[in-house]
Design a protein around this ligand. Structure first.
Ligand code: PLZ
Length: 445
């Protein structure tokens, strides 16, 4: 057993040096020489270990993690179930390549995905390494299965950084600028963004569908690809009815409805998948991030008739469904179940929404508070307007960092602060983190 980790990590944030501390600064200097300048520097404290909702840096500072490494460590850091499963698997074998000689854990992950994703029809899956790779494969499969090429995506969407997924992603800076040319046959339509468009779900769907029908042609559409709650785009929760209307239109026109649940899935929003809030049953679902608790694993799961339309050898990759990542996914799923963490996501969400809504009433800089389950955000605006206030978001996150709290920004306009706490965060830790966030917001008033 290797799960008896040094419990000195503790449960409270504690800043003991200036931030970043001297050892982090030294590492940052080394980094600058050898790591490409193309990678963002979100918060240059170098992490040494982590447990539950606490990150400890090389200088001994303890940070409360409200980002889960962008919605990945939903079950928390260094969870014994995952540590044990991964350690045991590493000792048995780390790789064979599933396409060369298979192993049981890959099959078991696909069995779980078939059972957990919405829909009672027969489903199969293919496993990959990253979210972008999963989305890219979902598009490949949808095109092959329908014999059509057009892919419909939405304003504010984020689907990855590879060439095809850059084309699917909306925002130019920093994701796309000067990286083109981009893949063709990708069409972008307006999203439902209740805070900014004021439309009902039905009206927003009608607006999108009208553009699809006039600009693309229904019979050319291979797939409608959508994040049920947009992640990088700013935790945009579409108005009720938007997703069901699009899903209905898509099936009526013989296209594939793909839910990109890479950020919103795996228990984060209080259901296994965010589409379940409105009873939508996608034809295909992409997962990654929270699926394997930090080990790189992604999946496309979908209707067997679509997934199995692909010729043998048409899907694959050296590492996809790696055995260490596969057992990590099985341990993650078991932990979510055993610790009742999906119900916990709803509790966390209720607390966050209530606390942040009451903060909103006190300050003029918060335009909107929104989210589902433990996927909650505040949108910052210039007081008295709806003009995005990215400077406020930046200042608030910087204040949080200085006070030992890791929070992330998001949004097309960079003016959203998103909260994605590990689902194992305690009530005390969450209250503490929200207290720091509240002080940060008041400090920019
Ligand atoms: N689809 C909905 O949220 C990844 C991006 C971080 P990968 N989001 C975090 C960054 O700046 O690169 C994401 C997502 C949705 C696809 C992806 C892509 O997943 O595992 O990062 O490739």
């Amino acid at each position: 057993m290797v799960s008896s980790l040094d419990s000195s990590v503790g449960t409270e944030r504690n800043v003991v040096t200036e931030i970043p501390g001297p050892l982090s600064r030294a590492l940052q200097a080394r980094r600058t020489k050898v790591v490409s300048a193309g990678l963002t520097i979100g918060f240059p404290v170098y992490i040494d270990r982590a447990e539950g909702a606490i990150l400890v840096d090389v200088d001994g500072n303890r940070f409360l993690d409200l980002g889960s490494g962008i919605a990945v460590t939903g079950i928390g850091h260094a969870v014994p179930e995952l540590v044990d499963a991964v350690s045991a698997q590493v000792a048995k074998f780390t790789h064979t390549c599933f396409m060369v000689t298979p192993y049981e854990s890959y099959v078991e992950v696909c069995e779980e995905l078939a059972a957990l994703t919405p829909g009672t029809f027969e489903k199969t899956s293919a496993l990959f390494n990253s979210g972008a790779e999963a989305v890219e494969n979902a598009v490949k499969i949808a095109r092959l299965a329908t014999g059509r090429s057009a892919i419909i995506v939405f304003e504010h969407a984020y689907h990855g950084r590879t060439n095809l997924t850059m084309a699917l992603t909306a925002k130019n800076m920093p994701y796309k600028d000067r990286f083109g040319p981009f893949a063709p046959e990708v069409y972008r339509v307006p999203m439902s963004y209740p805070y900014r468009d004021g439309l009902s779900g039905a009206d927003a769907a009608a607006r999108a569908i009208k553009i699809i029908e006039t600009d693309v042609g229904a019979s050319n559409v291979a797939a409608v690809l959508i994040e049920p709650i947009q992640g990088e785009g700013g935790f945009v929760v579409p108005a009720e009815g938007f997703l069901p209307a699009l899903s209905t239109w898509t099936s009526e026109h013989g296209a594939v409805f793909i839910a990109d649940e890479i950020q919103s899935g795996f228990g984060r929003t209080g259901y296994w998948f965010a589409v379940e809030h409105e009873g939508v049953v996608p034809d295909m679902v992409t997962t990654a991030k929270g699926l394997a608790g930090g080990m790189p694993l992604a999946a496309v799961t979908g209707r067997a008739d679509l997934m199995n339309a692909v010729h043998e050898g048409g899907l694959g990759g050296t590492y996809g469904g790696n055995p260490v990542a596969a057992v990590a996914a099985l341990a993650t799923i078991k932990t979510l179940r055993d610790r009742n963490l999906i119900a916990r996501a709803r509790e966390l969400g209720a607390t966050m929404l209530e606390t942040l809504s009451s903060l909103q009433r006190d300050v003029a800089v918060i335009g909107d508070v929104r989210g589902r389950g433990a996927m909650v955000a505040i949108e910052l605006i210039e007081p008295g307007t709806t003009t995005p206030n990215a400077a406020a978001a930046k200042a608030i996150v910087a204040y949080c960092q200085q006070h030992g709290v890791v929070a992330l920004t998001a949004g097309t306009y960079g003016n959203v602060i998103r909260l994605l706490p590990p689902l194992v965060i305690t009530d005390e830790q969450l209250a503490d983190g929200l207290g720091v966030l509240g002080a940060a917001v008041r400090s920019v008033q």
